[in-house]
Design a protein around this ligand. Sequence first.
Ligand code: C2G
Length: 738
Amino acid sequence: MKPKISIVIPYSQYPNYLKECLTSLNESTYQDEEVLLVTDHVTEELPALREGIKVIDSHGSGVAAARNTGIEAASGEYIYFMDADDYVLNNTLEKLWQAADGQDLVYGIVNNTWNNKANFLEKKAKKEEEQEDIEEKEERRQERIAQYQSTLPEDANLEQEMAIYFLLRNRKGIRNFTVLGNLYKKSFLDRYNIRFCEDFRYYSDMTFMCPVLEHVESAVQVQDAIYVKRKHNDPINYPALRQEDSDDRFEERLKAVAYTRTLLNPEGHVRYFLDMKLIHYFTNVMTKRIRRSEDDKWRNEYFNMLIPYVEDTQPAVLDALGRQNTRLVRALLKGDINGVQKAIRWKFGKKKLKSMLHNRNTAYKLAYYHSYLKKDIQPKVILFETFMAKNYSDSPKYIFEYIAKNYPEYTCVWAINDGYKVPYGAKTVRRFSFQYAYYLAVAKYLVFNVRPPLWYRKREGQVFLETWHGTPLKRLVFDQAEVTSASPKYKQQFYKQRQDWDFLVSANPFSTKTFRSCFMYEGRMLEYGYPRNDILYAPNKEEIAARIRKQLKIPADKKTILYAPTWRDDEVIAKGQYGFELALNLETMRRELSDDYVILLRTHHYVAEHIDITGYEDFVYNVCDYDDISELYLISDICITDYSSVFFDYANLKRPILFYVYDFDKYKNQLRGFYIDMETEVPGPLLYTTEEVADAVKHIDEINEQYHDRYEEFYNRFCCYDDGHASEHVAKALLGKE
Ligand code: C2G
């Protein structure tokens, strides 16, 4: 029987994305479709990917050629385009099909995301739950539609005009022409011979979509038929087409506009909005390049190239522009680059001034760029920072203390936010202050355990030591398939920033190997162990422990359990801040263990939520604000963690470790994934309930015995560099005193 929908998927690379795309079709509630995978490299494995899939040779490269080939081969009544790296939701196709009643066009909506389907759905559900003012928003939307409709002539075809409104006018930017998300009636496409122009690599969608809108007679919208367009979070290794770096784009963009114009009525509505997009591209996007780009071609070659295309614009488009943009376009049409630059300065200068006045974060950055970066580098100054200046701890602390004791001629400056007094008379500055910006610019040496701010510019002559902050268990950066937390541009930013590192500290051969791949780091690796672990080998560590126990007022007759879980990528509250729901049942723990133990509760520094221990003060000690977790290791008899790198360090003490991994499957499969097999390689049992944890503590001697060999193996593999002298080696390497 003839299928109702033919799904055309051009495919050239990235099989993992393709798998997710096809899985989404398998999960679809609509199954009456044919799937045409059009590719320029047909292989034997491809047909096996999905039952009934038709693999077709595109006989040429590029998305346009593949899509055209798919249209010719399609036998369905309607055509639906998908990109091989995108996916649909379970009900998308069914909804579209239910609304289709012979119309030329049935259009849904496109959502952009950086995430896979599971994470996308989770975020969507959360957003819907939190959404307020739904009715108000809908009212405003209806008002905008009514306003648009009031500008239309009486004899306008409303179905066509609404399609133009949603698919052209409302999609901002010239790149956002997309053919995705809609059903096109095959006989309609054939009647008007609508196909993709194969001359264009990046902009062929407009050569298809504009004629569709020009000729469409019947169209219906399905607001909740969602097509999910996936942006690639690793544009360095796996760029999507629109993330590719290419010099030819500018010219192609103009040529695609010119070609598309030939397909349209010069006085028509589709042409009007196409021209509008071109003008907006100039006033809103290209002006930024003209202003900032180091490449002069934006101010001469490209500038001149654009003029005839703008000259060809419908006059009504120019009439509709505001004052500032009219000024810009007039200067362009005169070929007056100076006039354009003046108009740009006026337009953006005002914006900048406004933002400076409203944003106290801009002032110190301006000082940084315009003044501090011009000052001499100070050869004996070192700037230290741990965990975004939240505390005085981790490897930078121990490197600093070594330098302060052994090389007092260096001036050490610490970025610290809470006014903590750093020993040895070091100067402290608040992060994101004028002073901080100053030392970022003039300190010869920088020692950080996370990354510096994005606006930091490394200067010739500066030496950057990245200590990092843990042996990797969870997959990091370039090894992470999904980045559910952090900025979606994380990988791109990381790629750039890691080029600034002169040294990276590695605690074991495993870290060395992993850091090379996950950071794509090629610089010098300091393989001496973690400076922060030196204290675990200190000859006076018993003395230090006694002092800390006293300071925290831990009863002398009690043993201690440190519970130090990590954070969860999906529990975002605000930028860089996460929630944490305590899954350890304190009541059960107290009932079972309080005769012999107390608990030291320590959340990760990303966790901003305060954990309430009211009623448990006799049993639980909140050490979330204690600066240095290495000191806490010294006073802990047992460590409970989950996926935190904490256990790699704690293992140096050879004391028992328990893994409370109540959300193991989700963390492993959906959020991060691991480098080592937790089920067979970590030096302690994986436990899934509080009862199991309490029971393990009660039988800790048996567990020690049971895990003895695995612990030894683990110790030899991950603690092999640590010998109590890492700070010394690292400091000497940094200062060139080896
Ligand atoms: N940490 C802590 N308290 C916790 C958890 C972590 O003080 N409850 C400290 C430890 O020093 C730990 C470091 O923060 O080694 C990093 O924490 P992780 O839980 O491992 O998580 P993350 O910050 O994401 O770093 O290569 C390591 C990875 O980068 C993980």
